[in-house]
Design a protein around this ligand. Structure first.
Ligand SMILES: C[S@@+](CC[C@H](N)C(=O)[O-])C[C@H]1O[C@@H](n2cnc3c(N)ncnc32)[C@H](O)[C@@H]1O
Length: 267
């Protein structure tokens, strides 16, 4: 799996999450949390801190946002971003399996593109439930890369590289299991929305163009892909098919609450 302490990864992720595609995803996360000023919450696996900073703006000076990541480099990047933007974010180094937060102390928890890297997902969900107050909310995003279409004239090469890329994740198939896992962990009001990322132009601002060096860097060391094929893959998808560039992948946004009586509202 990827080394989230590598400064190049920190820089690449920081740039990738500025893309309009991922800004749209963060808006969807903020919408399902429906936060009020004064709310207190935690962003697990905060990465470069984009979401934590936005949440801190929403909850305002009477609220409180903790941004946590096992990578001290990511935590530093988040602290620097919060400083630059002038928003109060408390940063902590920690792991999803043992949250450094008091029981029943938070109104919301977020984990976007994180649980797919966590070995024991039920343990992480139990931790999220522990730190939330009654009627607290969680928002989780994970990607299903089997939903990816990346057009190129050499489709066999694209399939092989995307097969290898899925080894970047501990749980590449988490979205199809997560609603059931949330319910089994005692969460109520479980909702699932697809958050598609679709690019029809290979501009620098496109998510797919931003993630391309991360994918080629990873698959270059994969036994099923040679370094030469990793380079060819980048050229192949950027050249697109006979009708031009096309990329699409589905992320899934899960919402749930700790409401103690479940039932109504599930979908
Ligand atoms: C793809 S990044 C997502 C960053 C951020 N949540 C976002 O959406 O902008 C994945 C993050 O999960 C963190 N991570 C990996 N394993 C973790 C674990 N066991 N507990 C908490 N965070 C973890 C990584 O360090 C990295 O910052």
């Amino acid at each position: 799996v990827t080394d989230f302490g590598d400064p190049r990864t920190v820089a690449r992720l920081g740039a990738l999450y500025e893309s309009a595609d991922i800004q749209r995803q963060r808006r969807a996360v903020r919408d399902i949390l429906a936060l009020r000023p004064g709310a207190r919450g935690l962003d697990i696996g905060c990465g470069a801190g984009h979401l934590a900073c936005e949440l801190a703006e929403v909850v305002g000076p009477d609220g409180h946002v903790i941004a946590m990541d096992p990578s001290s480099q990511m935590v530093q990047a988040t602290a620097a971003r919060a400083d630059n933007l002038g928003v109060p974010v408390e940063t902590r180094v920690g792991d999803a399996g043992a949250l450094p937060v008091d029981t029943a102390s938070l109104d919301f928890v977020t984990a976007t593109q994180v649980l797919e890297y966590v070995h024991d997902v039920p343990a992480a969900l139990a931790e999220i439930r522990r730190v939330l107050k009654d009627r607290g909310r969680v928002a989780i995003v994970d990607t299903e890369w089997r939903s990816c279409i990346w057009e190129a004239s050499d489709r066999e090469l694209v399939d092989r590289v995307l097969d290898a890329w899925r080894d970047h994740f501990v749980h590449p198939d988490l979205p199809r299991r997560l609603a059931a896992l949330l319910r089994a962990s005692g969460f109520a009001d479980v909702t699932v929305d697809a958050v598609p990322v679709v690019n029809v132009d290979a501009t620098e601002a496109a998510f797919s163009v931003g993630i391309l060096p991360i994918i080629t860097h990873f698959v270059r060391d994969h036994p099923d892909v040679s370094p030469d094929e990793a380079e060819r893959f980048a050229d192949a998808v950027l050249a697109g098919g006979v009708d031009g560039y096309f990329f699409s992948v589905c992320r899934y946004l899960f919402g749930a609450t700790t409401r103690t009586i479940s039932g109504e509202g599930d979908r």
